[in-house]
Each structure stands twice: as C-alpha cells, then as structure tokens.
Write a protein that binds this ligand. Structure first.
Ligand SMILES: *Cc1c(COP(=O)(O)O)cnc(C)c1O
Length: 759
C-alpha cells in the first residue's frame, strides 16, 4: 500500500488528538511489528488483541524506524514521534480503511457466508485475474481487523477489489458494510447449525445479508431466494450442477463452482475461457502444506503457484512464525516468465532470509540438504516438479515410497539413442502412467529431453497428457472408434489396424474439413494381436485415392520375441516389415516413417532396423534383458514401523501361517499386497533388505503390512527398508514372482508415494 498521508492528515481521519507532534508521511499501516514495512514510512496502530495488547509493541515499532503511533493508553515514546490518542484504536484503524476505500470507484466485490468464502474469493481471483488487476484479501483476512487490512491494500492501478467478510456476533456486519461498501456480492452458504452467538439461523442469515444492503448486484444459491427477496437485494440465483469430470466433485465444490461461474459470467468471461480455467482451479486445501522435515526443519510446501501475491502471503506466513529462527526460501523458477523472475527475487530479498536457493534442472542443491533447525519455504508453480522434490525433505518415519532416478533415465535414453542410426526419431511409450512412474512427471521430463513422440495405449491416457500441458505428438495404440472424435479434438494420432477404423476415421476428418491428419498404420508381422496384413496394402492405398483428409505419418509393426537369445523370429519379422514398407512405398509414396523396434530390439538391431523411428519403453528405466550399459532407476523403500520379540510357539499374522521355533525378533513394515507387494511373497517366498541384510517375510502378507524376520539383524524402529534397489534388484524381485519388471513396475499401487530424484 502507498497511502501518502501526512501525520496530520492521519490525525484528522482517525478523529484523534495529537499529543505529540512530529512531521512525516505515511505509506504503510502496521499493527504487527513483525510485518515487513515497519519503518519510517509506517503508522503503528496499538490494537488490543485477544491475547496481547499492541501497546507493548510500540517500542519495538520505534526501534524498527516507525515514527507515527495511534494509541488509546498512555505510552511514553521518544520526542521524534507523532503520537495520536484515540478512544478506540480498532475503530480508528477501521476509519482509516473506510476513508481509504471511499477514494476509489472501481467495483468492490464482497464474499460472505459460513463456508467457502476463501475458496470462492480465490477462485474468482483465478477466473478474473487475466482481465482485471485485482486487489484481494490476503489469505483468510476476513475479520474486523482483516477486512480493514485488506481494504488498505487498494491502490490506484487496481480495477477490481475482492474482499472476504466474516461475522461471529450480531451487529458486526454493519461495521464491515460501512468499511467495504460493496457494490457486488457473493453469498456462499449458511450452515445448518447457526453460529452459537445468534438466536436462530434466520437471525444469522439476516446479519449476513446486511453486507449487501447497498450492493447493486449479488449472486447466491437458489435456496436463499426468499431471504434475498425479502431484503430487496438484487440477486442472480444459481444452482450447482453435477460435474462428473472432476474427481473431487462434492456438494460444496459444485456449489462454490456454480457461484463463481455466475459471477464470472457477469464479468463477461466467455464460457470457453471459463471451462479451460475451471480445469486448473487451485485446490486450496492442498496448498501450503506444513510438515516436520528432516534435520528438524519445518517445511512449508507451497508449490502450487508462484504469482507475486501468493509468494508474499507465503513469506508473510513464514516470517510471522517464530517456531524456527533461521529461514530459507527455495524457489523453482522454471515456469516463471523472465520479467517476473526479477520481481520474485526482489520480493524475497525484502524479507532477508538466511538463504535463497533457486532450483535448476530439478536438482536439489547439496547445501540445502545440510540445513537444520530452520523453516524452509518451497515455492514453485503447479507445473514445476518442486512438490515432488519437497518429498525428499519429509521426515518419513512411516512411509512407503518409490523413487525414480531421472538422471539414470536420462542416461538410458541417451545410451539407447546412441545405438540407433543418426537421424532416427525417438518415440517413448508412456502407457499405464509411464509404466507406473506416475501421470505427469515423466512425460514432461521426456518433452524437455527432446523426445520426438509419445505413445499411449488409450485415448484417456492421451487426454491426461494434454491436460497436463504435453504438446508433443502422441500416438494412441488402441484407438477405439468411439474415441475418434476426442482424439481429433485433442490432436492425438490414431494407430489404425482395420478397414473399419480407416473408413470411420477418414469420414470424420472429412466432415471436420481436415487435411493431412496424421495416422499410423499398424501391420502384422508375427505378433498376431492387431494389424493389417501385407496383402491388405492395395486396398488400403485405394482408400486414400479419393481423399486428402488423412496422411500416413507412419507404418509400423511390433516385435514379439525381441528378448530371446535366438533372434531368428525377430529377424524374420524385420524382413517381413521391410517387404511391407517397400510394397507400401511402391503403392503410396515414400513420405511416411517406418518403425518396428522396441527397447529389446534397439539393444540388438539398432543399426540394421531403426528405420525412421523407434519406440522405447522398459529400456529407459534400465530393465531390459540386456542391461549391462543401462542404469536401474527405481528404488522402492519403506521403514520399520515396529519391532516385536516372539517366544517359541507364538504365531504371526492372519491364518497363523508362521510359528516361531525359537526366540525371534520380527519387524512390521508398512507395505502390503494393496501396495503391490504381492501375497504370493508370503512366508519365506519374498524378502526385503534391512541394513544390508536379507530379511525373509514371515507369515502371510497382509493388505497394508508385512512382517519380516530380523532376529539376526541390528536394526531399530524407523530404519530404512529396501524392497527394490541395489540389493534386491528389480530383476530379482520379478523373478521371485515369476514375472517381468513391466508387471512389477505397473503393479506398485498409486497410494505409494512417487518421488523423482537425480542421483
Ligand atoms: C509398450 C510398447 C512398446 C515399448 O516396448 P518396450 O518393450 O517397453 O520397449 C513399443 N511398441 C508398442 C506398440 C508398445 O505397446
């Protein structure tokens, strides 16, 4: 804020008496001396809070440079202070806010109700911020003090103000209404249990509606129609509609959403823009997660948005907390515009943290890991990887997590590419949430690492990638006819393996007036799963004679036996594929790409059969059968949640499947078959490693836990446990289960935290 008021003007506005004079100009209003800005340009209001009386902080404010004070009790202050005595400092503070607000004519939108105020305020901000320069209440500043504080932030350049208002006692709203003088309003909801200080729900609602008595226009849910009508408030009513495509849809969510949409509509935001924005509504509950970190640090994870307002709020929160004296700030500026970077750094600098770290290439600086006993604020945009990195700072006493080493993946990608002919394009298959590594991280990582194409199994998977901002071309392997329209809308490229698909897809592209929409023809060379036969070529080519709607981007096939020692079958497949390509070239043209190799294929035939593109999968994770030059990327870990001593004859777990023969110690671990630690690993079949020693599973694997024998292992509660890693490799683990790494990777359940690291 920049008030530009002289000490005398302030005296006049608050209606007080100057008991000590000193000239000066004030820009900032302070009532908490921990706030940044407690300096010569501030005026300090000694407010009487519930716990503390602000008068005791006058000296602190003075020491920080403040020279203008509004008090109601006698405080002795040095001669160079301007001291204004008033009856009631809160009233004086509010009076200043009211006068400040009255200088402006932009619309002022007030949000009130028992629930959802902050969410609605933040969502409205999010929906309107591209069209308006908005001044909004910080955090949930909605009290008598908070509202005044928020109003004092209004500046000339704002063209919309959004203020949140709360009441807990009768008669409180009049004061807020006078200060805010809202021209617009949103009423969220009143609970079934009216607040204890009100005589009835009706009385509570009546108090709320006082806020809108001079508003030109309000939005409310239909159920409050009668109350608004009685008070003669001009209201647009709305009703929540079911919104299936959103996971966290619940009543409150849909109601808040309906209110915001109605209001945004009033502001002329088009339906298209709203729809797009609604997909990215900030989830407030997940925001600013504070937790105990490693090295006794306090971690503030606020990685959903790095706009200046949000950053300031987070910094304010961090620096207001006295819990840790040392304060560090970690910024991920990867998705921040150049002009904004400077503003971000400048703002952080104002708070003078003990250190600032800027994350580059998803790498955590080593110095950061050595910090202890400090509060660390992590701030990045929702697109950055920061919230994943933060997990490494979590004190995970009781967690199970699987980590993916991005550096290893990068190495594997480079290595596999080195086996291909120069100029070969790289497609990476990211089906099944990138082989179980998670929905978003890897596709972004691949996009950044110059991969040319991504491949998925189903249209839905492609849609998820598009929603997450992936703009690489995407090939969909199982392109169902029902999903063709969605595919076109999302710019996904179908794999076509039947005449029916080909007809329908061409038809749709023609109807949509498209030309050269890329399609990929899949041929059968020995897998006997999906695909055209070589003999279909003339008929296929015939389809293209009369239309320009589609273009064959590629012709491909898939190897059935590429990891076999004996490569006879694979070589036959490659030969047949070559014949198909040559036939196709003769009949069509030679503008299309050809591809057949998967990871195993590249490891063996990269030089003779990489054609124009290869399709990588398991190899980039380091788990192909020939893996000498590949690096494994996965570690699956948990910790010991409890140790138990057993006597001979004691039995363990469900079905009492194991009986102790002699005194033994067992450890209970928080991983079970619901996490992907299969029940087949029960009772001696599976094992884990603790402090470098193998510990067999004893008893049956439970849904969420297992017990392992640690009788001869030196260990304690909280110790780290390796399920998959350096000692029990992915291949070992898969072999015990009679399966392959693909199945192990894709069966680690979603509830196991995914962490991405760079070794
Ligand atoms: C999954 C898949 C790949 C990748 O196979 P990897 O063995 O993991 O390298 C390649 N092509 C198709 C059609 C696939 O479905």
């Amino acid at each position: 804020m920049k008030l530009q008021l002289s000490h005398n003007e302030i005296t006049e506005i608050v209606g007080g008496t100057a008991i000590q004079f000193s000239p000066g100009i004030v820009d900032i209003v302070i009532y908490d001396t921990r706030k940044i800005g407690t300096d010569r340009s501030s005026v300090f209001f000694a407010l009487k809070g519930l716990q503390k009386d602000g008068h005791i902080y006058c000296q602190d404010a003075y020491d920080k440079g403040c020279r203008c004070f509004v008090i109601s009790e006698d405080v002795s202050l040095p001669k160079d202070c301007h001291v204004i005595k008033v009856e009631n400092t809160l009233k004086a503070f509010q009076q200043l806010a009211k006068v400040h607000r009255s200088k402006f004519t932009m619309p002022v939108l007030a949000v009130t109700g028992s629930f959802g105020k902050t969410t609605v305020k933040e969502w409205l901000y999010f929906l309107l911020k591209d069209e308006y320069t908005i001044c909004r209440s910080p955090k949930s500043y909605n009290s008598q003090i908070g509202v005044a504080h928020a109003l004092l932030n209004i500046e000339e350049h704002h063209d919309l103000v959004i203020i949140e208002a709360a009441i807990s006692h009768p008669e409180e709203m009049d004061q807020l209404e006078e200060m805010i003088a809202p021209t617009l309003g949103v009423f969220t909801k009143i609970g079934n249990k009216y607040a204890e200080n009100f005589a009835s729900k009706e009385a509570h609602l009546t108090e709320y509606l006082k806020l809108f008595k001079h508003a030109n226009f309000t939005v409310a849910l239909r159920e409050y129609a009668a109350a608004f009508r009685r008070k003669k408030i001009n209201t647009l009513l709305t009703e929540p509609e079911e919104w299936e495509s959103f996971e966290i849809a619940n009543k409150q969510f849909t109601e808040n959403r309906a209110l915001c949409l109605k209001m945004a509509e009033f502001f002329g935001i088009t339906e298209e823009v709203m729809e797009e924005k609604m997909k990215h509504l900030p989830v407030l509950s997940g925001r600013q997660e504070v937790f105990e970190g490693i090295n006794n640090n306090l971690i503030i994870n606020d990685a959903y948005n790095i706009d200046i307002d949000a950053l300031e709020q987070a910094l304010e929160y961090q620096f207001a907390s006295k819990e840790k004296e040392k304060k560090y700030v970690v910024l991920d500026l990867n998705y921040v515009k150049e002009q904004q970077k400077e503003a971000v750094l400048k703002l952080v600098d104002r708070y003078q943290p003990d250190g600032v770290f800027v994350i580059e290439n998803d790498k955590i600086p080593d110095d950061l890991k050595t910090i202890s006993n400090a509060s660390i604020l992590f701030k990045g945009s929702f697109r950055s990887n920061l919230s994943e990195l933060v997990k490494q700072f979590k004190n995970r006493k009781h967690e199970t997590w699987v980590s993916f080493d991005l550096k290893a993946i990068q190495h594997n990608l480079k290595y596999l590419q080195s086996l291909m002919n120069p100029g070969t394009h790289t497609l990476v298959m990211v089906k099944a949430s990138s082989y179980g590594t998670g929905d978003v991280k890897l596709p972004h990582f691949l996009q950044e690492n110059g991969v040319d194409y991504l491949g998925v199994a189903y249209t839905d998977e492609g849609a998820t990638l598009r929603e997450q901002g992936i703009n690489l071309p995407i090939l969909v392997m199982n392109s169902e006819i029902e999903a063709f329209k969605d595919m076109i809308r999302l710019c996904l490229e179908p794999s076509i393996y039947s005449f029916e698909q080909l007809h329908v897809f061409i038809q749709l592209c023609m109807e949509a007036d498209l030309t050269d929409y890329p399609i990929h023809l899949k041929f059968e060379t020995g897998m006997h799963r999906l695909g055209f036969a070589k003999s279909d070529i003339p008929a296929i080519v015939n389809e293209f004679k009369t239309t320009k709607a589609v273009a064959v981007k590629s012709v491909f096939s898939h190897l059935a036996d590429a990891d076999n020692e004996d490569q006879t079958f694979t070589l036959q497949q490659i030969d047949l594929f070559k014949a198909i390509i040559s036939d196709f070239k003769d009949n069509y043209d030679d503008s299309f790409w050809a591809h057949i190799l998967n990871s195993e294929g590249i490891l063996r035939h990269g030089k003779i059969a990489s054609f124009d593109m290869v399709r990588l999968g398991i190899g980039i994770f380091g788990y192909a059968s020939k893996h000498d030059d590949l690096l494994p990327c996965i570690e699956w870990k948990t910790t010991i949640s409890q140790l138990k001593k057993l006597n001979p004859g004691d039995t363990i777990g469900y079905g009492r499947a194991y009986t102790a023969k002699e005194p033994m110690t067992i450890a209970t671990l928080r991983v079970g078959y619901a996490d992907g630690f299969r029940r087949a690993l029960s009772n001696g079949v599976g094992k884990v490693y603790i402090n470098n020693q193998a510990c067999p599973v004893v008893g049956n694997v439970c849904m969420d836990m297992i017990m392992v024998d640690v009788t001869h292992v030196d260990c304690k509660q909280g110790d780290s446990v390796e399920i998959i890693g350096k000692q029990q490799t992915m291949q070992d683990f898969a072999a015990i289960l009679n399966t392959i790494p693909y199945e192990v990777m894709t069966s680690i359940n979603k509830r196991v935290a995914r962490v991405y690291v760079r070794s």
